[in-house]
Unconditional design. Structure first.
Length: 339
């Protein structure tokens, strides 16, 4: 009796595998006809997932669903560390799903981090979300503007604003981590040595040549600040995707440039626990140019209101900084805006 049940189970398994193979052949043919890659198996996928992917073929979505349910149960039970491996498997079963990568990173950086009490523990999960997108998501989807935006958003919103009670800790940790690699937080006239360039790439995903190219267009940036990283990833999304009008990335770049004008200069003294931000008026022209680009393309309905608000605040800031010529120039631009 037992042997009969075993034989039946084996035959059923072979039947499902056969059906999976038939459907996988049809799916592959369909993808080829549409000019898509024949499959989604990617380098670095865990052997168990690779085996399951090949065996299940078109049914691998069912495996992904099972893993999603498992991840939900683990999160409810507070078994967060197991979620890292599970998230890795889920994303690599669906390596070209923007929503999958975005959700898993957001869940780590926002949901799980908020469940922890200590800032250092929260920071670890924010970092997990960043690494998932930067080191894996963009490796498999280098031209996906939405994933570039999702990565930049963690810097702009989660780290850069005060929405999280641990945000001051995040900001100081980022500044100190960059300071350890790039003292002063800025690229000098001469390119950094190979060791520094490799560390920037390894720890922050920053390419020195791309950093320099970006600053040629937008002006000096302090890489110890979260907005600089958000600008970098938004700009990369616009460039690598070939979609120069992508609203999410273009708006992020503009918003973070504007914020950097008001608070883009950092004074960091770790020994004295000093973290102070001040205006960076040399970013005025790049910010004005970014606004003009956004207004010209008419891709964001709120651009005009934001621009007017910026001009009002910039006039006061430039007056306080005793830059009368710039203040007058901005005041004239403000007078030209529609009422």
């Amino acid at each position: 009796m037992k042997s009969t049940r075993t034989l039946t189970a084996m035959l059923a398994a072979l039947l499902f595998l056969g059906l999976g193979g038939i459907w996988q052949t049809r799916l592959t043919a369909g993808r080829t006809a549409m000019g898509l890659p024949p499959g989604d198996t990617v380098a670095g996928t865990p052997p168990l997932v690779t085996l399951s992917t090949v065996m299940l073929g078109g049914f691998r979505g069912l495996l992904a669903d099972v893993l999603w349910l498992r991840a939900s149960h683990l999160q409810e039970q507070g078994r967060y560390f197991e979620l890292v491996q599970l998230a890795d498997w889920i994303t690599k079963l669906e390596p070209h799903s923007t929503l999958t990568w975005g959700y898993q990173a957001w869940n780590m950086a926002y949901n799980i981090s908020a469940m922890l009490a200590e800032p250092v523990e929260r920071w670890q999960w924010v970092q997990n979300g960043i690494r998932l997108l930067r080191d894996d998501g963009l490796r498999y989807n280098p031209r996906d503007a939405r994933l570039h935006f999702e990565l930049g958003w963690i810097f702009q919103h989660k780290i850069g604003t005060q929405r999280d009670q641990a945000a001051p800790y995040y900001q100081q940790r980022l500044a100190l981590d960059v300071e350890a690699v790039l003292p002063g937080g800025e690229l000098t006239q001469a390119p950094p040595d190979a060791t520094t360039a490799a560390a920037l790439r390894r720890q922050f995903g920053l390419d020195v040549a791309e950093m320099a190219r970006l600053m040629e267009r937008v002006g000096p940036l302090d890489w110890r600040l979260p907005e600089s990283h958000a600008i970098y990833w938004a700009d990369q999304g616009l460039r690598t995707s070939g979609d120069a009008q992508n609203l999410l990335c273009a708006r992020m770049r503009m918003q973070c440039l504007a914020h950097s004008f008001f608070a883009g200069r950092l004074t960091l003294k770790p020994d004295a626990r000093v973290y102070r931000r001040e205006p960076r008026p040399e970013l005025l022209d790049p910010v004005l140019s970014a606004f003009q680009d956004m207004l010209r393309t008419k891709t964001w309905s709120g651009a005009q209101e934001f621009y007017t608000t910026f001009l009002k605040a910039a006039t006061d800031t430039l007056t306080t900084l005793d830059r009368p010529d710039d203040a007058t120039r901005v005041r004239i631009l403000l007078a030209q805006q529609p009422r």
